[in-house]
Design a binder for this molecule. Structure first.
Ligand SMILES: Cc1cc2nc3c(=O)[nH]c(=O)nc-3n(C[C@H](O)[C@H](O)[C@H](O)COP(=O)(O)OP(=O)(O)OC[C@H]3O[C@@H](n4cnc5c(N)ncnc54)[C@H](O)[C@@H]3O)c2cc1C
Length: 388
């Protein structure tokens, strides 16, 4: 691991800092007018889709430049570089790798311009961890597929315009390997036969939905990759961003908020931050985040050497899930009754951030694969333990 930065990397860091000085107001007012200006500016810099090749409108940034950009943006708590989250994270990279020229021209500029949201349709009511058992079916009718079935827990579906989804195009059980016969489709959510039913989570948010497909016709030109190759398309798209720099920055911000909260609250009749046990817990959280950061640097070193990342990223995924829950629970406990007030409720401490945060644990714990599944991966693929 080499911790030194080259001259050109240092120059790039200065460029980012200067841009932030000039374009990021210190005031907290970052409303729609500011966001419009911000998105235009970062797009001009080609920092939206910074890791994408220049030939498709991206920034062509190398891995270290991507890290520097993320570090500087999170240090200044800058707004996101583009608002089409799923499009930038994996739908776009999937299209770059597997899409036709027509798909690239049609979808990539819209993702970079934050025109609309994409969502991802993998999970079904009986299919989650064992994704390859999916049953939502697409049958071929000349130059169209006809989709029937349902997807669930689809984040952002209530606001999205398009879905990148997996369907079964063979008869289940026809092939020996259930990964075969899965196909990736890009589907316009305004197509006839699609019904999106939002699901409210326990913190009161309505960000995901169940989607029903009833004889939905999709042109074959909207297929991503070959028919039956959807598994490979998914795996390589999801492998795109895994070095956990974003998560570590988010955890440090959360620790800052927690420290700030305890600096202004009382515990056992004295300032909470002076309590020995509380200080020890905060120290333990910091050590855990730092361990995650250093582990992330190991992944980064591999990426710089051009080696693909695989099972090792499950370590940070598992570690982060535990830590987020621990930190949220700790804050709510220390707030006592006030810790039960949800966001925007009257009298909520710090506008209910901690109560809402602690009820949102499924996002980091279940979304993207449960802890049990991460443990299986670590046990089987890293530690080499037997499957049964
Ligand atoms: C906030 C949030 C956002 C989400 N967003 C999306 C999205 O945008 N798109 C999408 O497609 N899906 C999304 N999901 C769904 C998510 O991917 C699934 O919930 C997850 O993969 C688990 O699947 P499941 O809910 O069917 O649970 P199951 O797979 O049925 O698991 C139930 C329990 O059994 C355990 N288990 C299952 N298999 C094993 C095993 N082999 N060994 C040991 N234990 C096992 C699990 O760990 C879990 O505790 C989201 C979920 C959440 C909570």
């Amino acid at each position: 691991m080499d911790f030194e930065y080259t001259q050109s990397e240092q120059n790039f860091r200065s460029e980012v800092r200067q841009f932030l000085d000039e374009n990021l107001p210190a005031a907290t007012d970052k409303g729609p007018v500011f966001m419009k200006h911000w998105l235009k500016k970062v797009r001009e810099k080609r920092w939206v889709g910074f890791s994408w090749p220049k030939s498709v409108g991206g920034g062509g940034g190398n891995i270290m430049e991507q890290v520097i950009l993320k570090e500087e943006m999170s240090a200044r708590k800058a707004p996101p570089l583009g608002t089409c989250m799923m499009g930038l994270a994996w739908v776009g990279p999937g299209i770059i790798q597997y899409g036709t020229e027509e798909q690239k021209e049609r979808f990539l500029p819209d993702i970079l311009d934050s025109k609309y949201h994409w969502c991802t349709g993998y999970s079904e009511p009986n299919v989650g961890s064992d994704l390859a058992a999916l049953q939502c079916k697409a049958t071929r009718d000349r130059d169209e597929y006809i989709i029937n079935g349902t997807k669930i827990w689809t984040s952002l579906a209530p606001f999205a315009s398009w879905i990148s989804m997996l369907v079964r195009t063979d008869n289940f059980g026809e092939t020996d390997n259930k990964h075969d016969g899965i196909t990736a489709l890009l589907v316009d959510l305004s197509t006839q036969g699609i019904d999106i039913k939002p699901i409210e989570n326990m913190a009161g948010g309505k960000v995901f939905a169940q989607i029903f497909f009833d004889n939905v016709r999709v042109p074959i030109k909207n297929r991503l990759g070959e028919e039956g190759n959807g598994w490979a398309v998914t795996i390589s798209s999801l492998a795109n961003e895994r070095s956990s720099i974003g998560e570590v920055a988010g955890l440090y911000t959360k620790l800052e908020k927690l420290t700030d909260l305890l600096s202004t609250s009382k515990w056992n009749g004295q300032a909470a931050i002076t309590d020995k046990k509380i200080r020890r817990t905060l120290g333990r959280f910091e050590a855990k985040i730092e361990a995650m950061r250093l582990n992330g640097l190991r992944y980064l070193t591999k990426q710089i050497k051009g080696e693909p990342l695989s099972s090792e990223t499950s370590v940070n995924k598992l570690h982060r899930a535990e830590l987020e829950v621990e930190m949220g629970d700790f804050a709510v406990e220390k707030l006592g009754e006030a810790g039960l007030q949800l966001r925007n409720q009257e009298d909520a401490v710090r506008t209910g951030y901690w109560a809402t945060d602690s009820l949102n644990w499924p996002t980091v714990v279940i979304g993207g694969g449960t802890p049990n599944i991460q443990k299986n991966i670590i046990a089987e693929r890293i530690l080499g333990l037997p499957k049964d």
